[in-house]
Design a protein around this ligand. Structure first.
Ligand code: BTN
Length: 262
């Protein structure tokens, strides 16, 4: 039997290799990541992207909520297919952040940067978050990459706790930017970056990430093996984990979690 949503999937850019070959546009979704993760047939569609006009239960990292805001924003999730080699798992969030960074760079935004592992910031405020989730079906581990990007209006549409931490493209640039054009650019960058990563070129991608993140040398607090530590960022390891030089000169490899700029 045909999938009930299959008639709504339309080709996007069939020249791409890995990401963004076809699109399923929904008026509303609980979470675009869940639309894919909960449906094996959609999950197996090579390069499918789900885009929703609105999310009612968007998820962020660490079980946080990703707010929908009251204006129009980008809520999209992409299937990474063919299945990503395991060596690239730690790198994928960084590579997705780099793709968004590249796409936004074209808008000439002042103070655009990246914060490890998954945030894109403008003037130190979060404009984009990325949530990578996976699901094992049989022996295959499917990977879904969710991108939330604040486009219209300003921070006042978000909850009080977020207002001084987040921003939107419109607020920072004064420009009315098309969500669909931005998505197109992000997917093109993502496809290029992932193709390069498959070809073993992660070192130059990480070097680009380090240059663009403006976080080298920054003092941070982070959690490691249950302990809170402090140090300054010295760069990325060859796998994409973060290297932090502690105050006692030891270098700690931070695999996951969050860093707080001091
Ligand atoms: C974070 O910074 O905590 C990650 C936020 C990721 C939000 C996006 S919006 C589209 C996709 N669907 C979700 O439920 N989450 C991601």
């Amino acid at each position: 039997m045909k999938h009930p949503l299959s008639h709504r999937i339309r080709p996007l850019n069939t020249h791409r290799k890995h990401v963004g070959l076809s699109l399923l546009l929904l008026k509303e979704a609980h979470s675009t990541n869940s639309v894919l993760l909960d449906d094996h047939e959609l999950l197996s569609q090579k390069g499918l992207v789900v885009l929703a006009d609105r999310q009612t239960a968007g998820r962020g990292r660490k079980n946080r909520t990703w707010e929908s805001g009251s204006n129009r924003h980008l809520f999209a999730s992409a299937v990474l297919h063919p299945v990503l080699p395991q060596r690239l798992f730690p790198a994928i969030t960084l590579l997705a952040g780099l793709s968004v960074f590249r796409a936004l760079s074209a808008l000439d935004i002042d103070g655009l940067s990246m914060k490890w592992p998954n945030d894109v910031l403008i003037q130190g405020k979060k404009v984009c978050g990325i949530l990578c989730e996976s699901k094992k079906v049989g022996d295959t581990l499917f990977m879904v990459l969710g991108i939330g990007l604040n486009i219209e209006g300003d921070a006042s549409q978000f909850s009080c706790e977020l207002r001084d931490k987040v921003t939107t493209i419109h607020h920072e640039t004064g420009k009315a930017v098309s969500r669909d054009i931005l998505l197109e650019q992000i997917l093109s960058e993502l496809d290029m970056v992932i193709t390069n990563a498959y070809d073993g070129k992660t070192a130059s991608l990480f070097a680009e990430w380090e240059r663009c993140s403006s976080s080298l040398g920054r003092k941070v607090r982070f959690e490691h093996e249950g302990m809170v530590m402090q140090g300054s960022i010295s760069g990325l390891a060859s796998s994409g984990t973060l290297l932090v030089k502690r105050d006692n000169a030891e270098v700690t490899e931070v695999l996951s979690g969050e860093i707080i700029y001091l």
